[in-house]
Design a binder for this molecule. Structure first.
Ligand code: GFB
Length: 325
């Protein structure tokens, strides 16, 4: 068996699944996580499969089955999802619940039917109870009420975890789940109504600076804390888990550190070079006050992140400037 030593000084972790020479489907390859996975998988000796929405609409069972029968993936990264920031989730709960339930059900069931060797399902830290003890360990799942602003998305992602567990239990499928924290990086959505906080702050701060404005308005109180991970780190962690992990329980994928939204806004302002005042808009929701995940499990599996927040934000800002149009 091959050994993996991703974390300096950590116990070697055995590779139990090999990607080399495999047909590996990245479902959702046009999304921020999917495209990072494609970039990362190019370093593995595997055959990467992708499907456009025209080739297979993942919310439609027959299209998924037809495409998978034709392409015969052996491993699947299920990174396709309808995602969005706090306002998009809060205002479109039916879309977030329905589309994510359909995608998870169709791809997981078809993967079982087609005999896929290994599947990794991707969720998010919002699956945990709103008031879960911090840092949140994996066993906090389903121990309390969810954060209302993203309940639809969270329920769909919890259903995906349960599908993987049930197909493992009933049919012996090697299906695993990973729950990343808030992600950011190249390919992010910079639309101010639907984006997450980092792309929103990068764009707003850049526009305030170039427009010579004296004020930058952030949503909510600025006091909620959030943990962030660069999407390249996330993709690396997901490939690592695919190789070394095979069990029922999902695995948190995070940096293990968080900061307040105001501190984040100040850091973005520093990077962009905006020197005006940062003010808050209390008409917008705060969402959950804290969702720092425990990183103990993934560290024990031999993985740690490598991109510090400041460096990641600098890179994300550079990407935004190059791709603004
Ligand atoms: O990133 P975000 O939209 O998502 O917001 P969540 C994080 C925090 O940043 C909230 C504040 O407290 C926002 O009020 N914030 C401040 C802003 N200024 C802005 C801004 O200009 N835009 C945005 N978007 N936020 C989502 C969930 O939760 O995160 C999803 O809805 C998912 O289900 C995802 O889990 C990762 O961290 O609150």
């Amino acid at each position: 068996m091959a050994e993996n030593r991703s974390e300096a000084g950590a116990q070697p972790v055995h590779e139990i699944y090999r990607l080399s020479n495999k047909r590996v489907w990245v479902a959702g390859h046009r999304g921020m996580v999917g495209s990072a996975l494609v970039r990362r998988l190019k370093r593995e000796n595997c055959h990467i499969l992708t499907a456009t929405r025209q080739e297979a609409d993942l919310t439609r069972q027959q299209e998924v089955e037809r495409w998978m029968e034709k392409e015969k993936p052996e491993a699947v990264f299920l990174s396709a999802a309808k995602v969005g920031g706090i306002l998009a989730n809060d205002s479109h709960p039916a879309e977030f619940l329905y589309q994510n339930l359909m995608i998870a059900s169709n791809v997981i069931n078809a993967s079982h039917k087609m005999g896929v060797e290994k599947l990794l399902f991707l969720g998010s830290s919002c699956i945990y109870p709103k008031l879960a003890p911090q840092p949140i360990t994996e066993d906090a799942l389903l121990t309390g009420p969810l954060e209302p602003t993203n309940e639809g998305y969270a329920i769909a992602k919890i259903a995906g975890i349960k599908l993987c567990q049930s197909y493992r239990h009933q049919y012996g499928c090697d299906f695993i789940s990973a729950m990343p924290t808030n992600l950011y990086g190249p390919g992010d959505n910079f639309d101010l109504e639907t984006s997450h906080v980092i792309p929103a702050l990068i764009r707003k701060t850049h526009e305030a600076m170039t427009g010579g404005k004296k004020e930058l308005v952030i949503w909510g109180s600025g006091t909620p804390r959030r943990e962030f991970l660069h999407v390249n780190d996330a993709a690396d962690a997901l490939v690592h888990l695919m190789k070394v992990y095979s069990d029922e329980e999902h695995v948190n994928v995070g940096s293990g550190e968080d900061l307040t939204i105001l501190e984040l806004a100040q850091l973005v302002a520093l990077i962009v070079g905006f020197e005006g005042e940062i003010t808050t808009d209390s008409s917008k929701p705060d969402g959950t006050m804290r969702k720092l995940m425990s990183a103990n499990k993934i560290r024990a599996l031999g993985w740690t992140p490598s991109i510090p927040l400041r460096q990641g934000l600098q890179e994300a800002y550079a990407w935004f400037r190059e791709n603004q149009q």
